[in-house]
Design a protein around this ligand. Structure first.
Ligand SMILES: Nc1ncnc2c1ncn2[C@@H]1O[C@H](COP(=O)(O)OP(=O)(O)OP(=O)(O)O)[C@@H](O)[C@H]1O
Ligand SMILES: [Mg+2]
Length: 374
């Protein structure tokens, strides 16, 4: 019976009291459902590995609690927590063959040979290595993807309550990563083990996780499904981290309970639904705000449009199969980055270097009070 995991105001300060103190986790509180595949996502150094190490008992907490079901596991030593972990560098034992690598956790637990054989075969089958096991080579004779599967099998074989995966796909090439992330999801769903999957790749997190948490500087910025985080990011940091987002500045002209009216540098007026104002600050006339638009919420036009638009010059046109992506340069007062605009199909008459209009989908674009920096 799998149980939920809960983090209650967890703080971790490395080297506390010294001038080298690092406050790696700051009041981290969230819960992971039983059987859930939960992703931790965030830039390097934000505290992802630290959360896993605290969960496994490899680091003690400075304050706060971690619960597995009703049980407070904060002070339980690592060997008494039934947790499987695949580390960031998933070191396999090079002197042991594949079978013994996977069997290791069972040997430590002193299971008899027959039981070891049964469990190893079962888990090897699950991770898709049955053919490799017939040869039973040393891990050095395996491809990256096969080594990865051995590392996962090794963590799963003793039926852990919780599985912790720290950037398990980091050493694989892009194509294999995409394949293996689907495999990890398949394996996790087959075993139903409460799992935390750490990555700094947002596409991977969105593809793999039932839900994800975005971390920054030891703080949980937002938790939700991929869909929630993509369509309703709570601040500009999350908006920028999850998927591509175009940002540009505007100035508030008026605001009521239905609309935020804002002007762009060239006087263009935008009327944005008030519900798209993401931060709970009351906007005041003259405030500088940040407008955020996904590539699919902008479009390219060669003619005057009834919707508001601004001038731009196409720099690059990329055919990406299902969409065409236009990179468009705009006035520096508007944005110092080129905008990315996705169209369902090629706009026939438009070539690179052409001057065009960028049209806003006012119902979809969002407004943030600040750029999300702290
Ligand atoms: N043992 C330690 N002693 C001192 N500081 C540490 C220790 N372990 C981690 N830190 C610091 O804590 C912060 C969080 O580190 P952590 O390894 O959790 O980051 P991460 O999110 O896993 O990053 P990455 O994506 O690079 O793996 C970093 O500033 C790191 O330097
Ligand atoms: Mg890490």
């Amino acid at each position: 019976m799998k149980k939920p995991l809960q983090y209650d105001r967890v703080n971790k300060i490395f080297n506390e009291g010294s001038k080298h103190a690092v406050h790696a986790l700051r009041d981290v509180s969230f819960a992971i459902n039983a059987g859930e595949l939960f992703c931790l996502l965030g830039p390097s150094g934000c505290g992802k590995t630290t959360i896993l190490r605290c969960t496994a008992g490899l680091e003690s907490l400075t304050s706060g609690h971690i619960l597995y079901g009703d049980q407070d596991i904060t002070s339980i030593p690592p060997y008494r927590r039934n947790i499987g972990m695949v580390f960031q560098s998933f070191a396999l034992y090079p002197h042991m063959n594949v079978f013994e690598n996977v069997a290791y956790g069972l040997r430590v637990r002193k299971l008899d040979d027959k039981e070891v054989k049964r469990k190893v075969n079962q888990i090897i089958e699950l991770v898709g290595l049955a053919d490799v096991l017939k040869r039973n080579p040393s891990p050095t004779a395996l491809s990256g993807g096969q080594q990865q599967r051995v590392a996962i099998a090794r963590a799963l074989v003793y039926d852990p309550d919780v599985l912790l995966l720290d950037e398990p796909l980091a050493n694989l090439d892009a194509k294999l990563r995409r394949y293996m992330r689907a495999e990890i999801r398949r394996i996790q769903k087959a075993t139903n083990i409460t799992t935390i999957f750490v990555t700094h790749d947002q596409e991977e997190a969105m593809a793999v996780g039932d839900r994800l948490a975005v971390l920054r500087d030891g703080i949980v910025e937002q938790i939700g499904t991929s869909n929630e985080l993509y369509h309703n990011p709570c601040n500009a940091f999350v908006a920028n981290f999850i998927g591509k987002m175009n940002f540009f500045y505007a100035q508030i002209l008026a605001c009521d309970s239905h609309w935020v009216k804002a002007t762009l540098y060239d006087g263009t007026l935008l009327s944005i639904p008030r519900k798209n104002y993401r931060e709970p600050i009351h906007p005041i006339r003259g405030d500088r705000i940040l407008i955020a638009a996904r590539p699919e919420h902008l479009s390219i036009s060669t003619e005057a449009s009834s919707s508001p638009s601004i001038a731009g010059q196409v720099s690059i046109i990329q055919h990406l199969g299902h969409i065409v992506r236009y990179e468009v340069d705009v006035a520096a007062e508007f944005s110092d980055q080129p905008l990315e605009i996705d169209m369902d199909s090629l706009v026939e008459s438009v070539r690179e270097k052409d001057n065009i209009r960028i049209v806003f989908d006012q119902q979809k674009i969002a407004v943030y009070g600040s750029d999300g920096s702290r």
